[in-house]
Design a binder for this molecule. Sequence first.
Ligand SMILES: [Fe+2]
Length: 159
Amino acid sequence: MDYKPLIQQVTKTYCSIYKLYYLTHSCHWCVEGKDFYEMHKLLEKQYESIWESVDDTAEKIRQLDAYPPSSLTFVYNTGEQFEDCSKFPVHEMAKSLVTAHDKMISSLNDSIQDSKKVGREDLTSYFGELWEEHSKMRWMLRATSKRYNNEQDTTTTED
Ligand SMILES: [Fe+2]
């Protein structure tokens, strides 16, 4: 079985997870304002969970007899790119992180599809679990973003 395309896709997902981990931790450090503590704690829970999946995903790459990237430049240039929202006001930060999780979920979908193609059900279910975790994080951030400034909800019900 040729695992090369799967390894490439999982590596992209790995790089995206690593960057989302760092972004979430940065937001945890930099958040300011009246709801500082609540957001600070929410982001702490999230970056801890994402950090675990950085490790687990690197080990999935090893289980495919490949190596996770060791260069941060490579990590930076590979996979999804996220907006640095760490200095944004809380509601803007939460909105931008929702977009980041949307991208993350899309990358996980690609890894789920590529795992299915080569019959790696172990990876299909692993990335499915991550999909569920990011979907939950996205929901919490989206709910947080709605709490501020009588903000109008311009999103539709389809998401
Ligand atoms: Fe901390």
